[in-house]
Write a protein that binds this ligand. Structure first.
Ligand SMILES: [Zn+2]
Length: 83
C-alpha cells in the first residue's frame, strides 16, 4: 500500500520537474516577453529566403499561418493556393 503512495508522490514530483524544465526551455532566448520568438528564422515558401519572424509578412491561408519575405510573395502564394 505504501509503495503506491510513494510512486504517486514520485510521479507528482517528476511532473513538476518536467513542467518547470519545459517552461525554462521555452523561455530561453525569448526571456518570456512574447510566446512567439521574433528572431526565429522562417522560410518563405515562394522564394525560399529565410526571414526573421518579427519582420516577416504573415498570412493565414486555409487555416495555416505562412511567413513571407514580402507582400508580393504572399500574393503569389495565395494565387498558387487558390488556383
Ligand atoms: Zn519571398
Amino acid at each position: 500500500m505504501y509503495r503506491i503512495i510513494f510512486i504517486l508522490i514520485l510521479l507528482t514530483v517528476l511532473y513538476f520537474l518536467l513542467r518547470s524544465a519545459i517552461r525554462e526551455f521555452k523561455g530561453r532566448g525569448a526571456s518570456g516577453r512574447l510566446p512567439v520568438d521574433k528572431d526565429q528564422m522562417v522560410q518563405d515558401p515562394v522564394c525560399h529566403v529565410f526571414v526573421p519572424r518579427g519582420t516577416a509578412v504573415t498570412e493565414v491561408i486555409g487555416g495555416q499561418t505562412y511567413c513571407f519575405c514580402s507582400r508580393g510573395c504572399a500574393a503569389t502564394f495565395q494565387k498558387r493556393m487558390t488556383g
